[in-house]
Design a binder for this molecule. Structure first.
Ligand code: SF4
Length: 368
């Protein structure tokens, strides 16, 4: 395949069909100095971190909220972590929000509030992996970097009819993608590949007749575009089980606690819960992990139904037990625990699974 021609065809298509995205500068935009207008690295970084594992439509409102509240990386660095986690809540993968905050602090304190331009320097920053570093270097600084995500892997696997299944094919696909990146306009090329994967070379039913790469595409020529990329079958997700405790004090406030810094949902607030195990919890064992021992065997009521949530590596089923604990003062909630009025729960940095628990508890208690 003539790589140069393919890159040129894709860039010409991008000039006409680039998606309008809030963090993006359209192709051909000119800056005040008469040179090409580049996207703000802070905005590119923010959008790329948010876009991991989710869609443009899901990210847009969060992106606007973040920018409104923290228009610069210095402003974000100065924000309390809890405020960042609260605005992030609902986007999932909370370690990313914590790294976002850490990264802002490093850029602000060690780089004078400016993101470094090189892929190598970007990769030293908290939470910036190979994909994000390449995306920022290419899009914000027009460096010859190649961000490779699932969309790009799909386009490349089809374009070159790579039959090796993923994830084994990752290295091979990356090399091909890097070879495809032109020296001229690498930032626009990276965004063109993203757009092609998102709007034309779709996972199911690729729109080959509308594709600028169709004349170069080996999978299309062989009639196997739908079959690529191949994937090694994944092991099914296991299910884990736990019990979440809805504990209310005499003022009607609910006990929340902070999860450990390390691990899943690190540092987020939660309703206290048992660890999450491979088997449902026997009643006695669950009671032994409850956040207060002052409630006897009759003190907890198992609410009907369960809360289901799916994480990347497992499904979770949480039973919810409700109890009243008059007379427990805040300090006994534990160093990281806090009593929160029910109408204040919406302001807490609760992850999606815990928001489901809150909704479930309120609905079941209202039914009683
Ligand atoms: Fe994808 Fe079809 Fe374009 Fe090939 S021709 S890159 S399979 S949309």
């Amino acid at each position: 395949m003539a790589l140069r021609e393919a890159a040129a065809d894709l860039l010409a298509w991008y000039d006409r069909h680039a998606r309008r995205l809030p963090w993006r500068v359209p192709p051909g935009a000119v800056g005040e100095d008469g040179g090409p207008l580049r996207a703000d690295p802070y905005r590119v970084w923010l959008s790329e971190v948010m876009l991991q594992q989710t869609t443009v439509a899901a990210v847009a409102p969060y992106y606007h909220r973040f920018l409104e509240r923290w228009p610069t990386v210095d402003a974000l660095a100065a924000a309390p972590l809890d405020a960042v986690l609260t605005v992030w809540a609902g986007l999932g993968y909370y370690a990313r929000a914590r790294n976002l905050h850490r990264c802002a602090a490093v850029v602000s304190a060690e780089h004078g509030g400016r993101f470094p331009a090189s892929e190598t320097a970007l990769r030293t920053l908290p939470g910036i992996g190979p994909y994000t570093a390449a995306a920022i270097a290419a899009i914000a600084f027009d460096q010859p970097a190649t961000p490779v995500d699932g969309n790009v892997e799909r386009v490349v696997a089809r374009l070159f009819a790579v039959a090796t299944p993923l994830p084994k094919a990752k290295g091979e696909l990356r090399k091909i993608a890097e070879g495809l990146t032109p020296a001229d306009r690498p930032g626009d090329f990276a965004q063109a590949m993203m757009d092609l994967g998102a709007t034309v070379c779709l996972a199911k039913r690729p729109r080959c007749p509308a594709c600028p790469l169709a004349p170069h595409c080996a999978a299309r020529a062989a009639g196997i575009a739908d079959e690529l990329p191949r994937r090694t079958a994944r092991a099914p997700r296991p299910t884990r089980y736990g019990v979440a405790f809805w504990l209310v004090d005499e003022a009607g406030s609910v006990l929340l606690r902070r999860r450990p810094e390390q691990g899943l949902l690190g540092g987020m607030m939660e309703l206290p819960s048992t660890p999450w195990h491979e088997a449902p919890w026997p009643i006695g064992a669950a009671r032994a992990t409850a956040p207060t021992k002052t409630l006897g065997a009759d003190g907890w009521t198992a609410l009907p139904g369960v809360v289901r949530h799916t994480f990347t590596h497992f499904h979770l089923q949480l039973a919810v037990w409700a109890g009243r604990a008059p007379g427990i003062a805040p300090p006994t909630a534990g160093a990281d625990g806090r009593w929160v009025p029910v109408d204040g729960l919406g302001d807490e940095a609760l992850p999606s699974v815990m928001r489901k628990v809150v909704r479930h508890a309120l609905a079941r208690l209202a039914d009683r």
